[in-house]
Design a protein around this ligand. Sequence first.
Ligand SMILES: NC(=O)c1ccc[n+]([C@@H]2O[C@H](COP(=O)([O-])OP(=O)(O)OC[C@H]3O[C@@H](n4cnc5c(N)ncnc54)[C@H](OP(=O)(O)O)[C@@H]3O)[C@@H](O)[C@H]2O)c1
Length: 158
Amino acid sequence: MTWIGLVWAEAHGGVIGAQGGMPWHVPEDLAHFKEVTLGAPVVMGRKTWDSLPERFRPLPERENVVITRQQDWSAEGARRAANVQDALRGLERAWVIGGAEIFRQLIGEADRLEVTELDVDVEGDAFAPSKAGWRVVDEGPWQTSRSGIRYRFLGYER
Ligand SMILES: NC(=O)c1ccc[n+]([C@@H]2O[C@H](COP(=O)([O-])OP(=O)(O)OC[C@H]3O[C@@H](n4cnc5c(N)ncnc54)[C@H](OP(=O)(O)O)[C@@H]3O)[C@@H](O)[C@H]2O)c1
């Protein structure tokens, strides 16, 4: 069995993305993401891979696993997986890093959620999965990003 963590940042209404990207810039959250995931495999949907700026992919010091139905898909530094089970095969632990489609398929098997709450209203087209049945076990204080957005880090377990 693979230990599975999900990590994401959400704005009001559970918005995690818009038009293939993240409609905010919170460098403190990117640093937190790196701290959480460093050293472990990261599993993502093909659209999330595409959303990473080329200079940031593959995410360094992490095995990058990309889920796609395209049999001929390949990218340097990434392992292609045909579905979520294939992505996790052989992994002792993994951080699932999005996006919405992949979160929906894997939250049922997850052991931990690391959620950054962003105190901001944005229009979006990708949404966080439901956290019904999960409880907050770590609650960081509200802080203000140098970009001006308020944020806090929450850890959830079942
Ligand atoms: N705020 C955050 O923390 C955060 C984190 C990650 C992503 N995001 C945002 O979320 C958005 C992307 O999310 P998304 O839901 O649109 O896409 P996604 O989950 O990143 O990727 C979807 C793609 O994954 C592949 N896929 C999904 N299920 C599959 C399955 N069962 N078997 C095989 N392949 C499968 C398909 O790729 P193919 O089409 O290639 O077959 C599908 O088009 C972007 O806006 C991104 O910036 C935000």
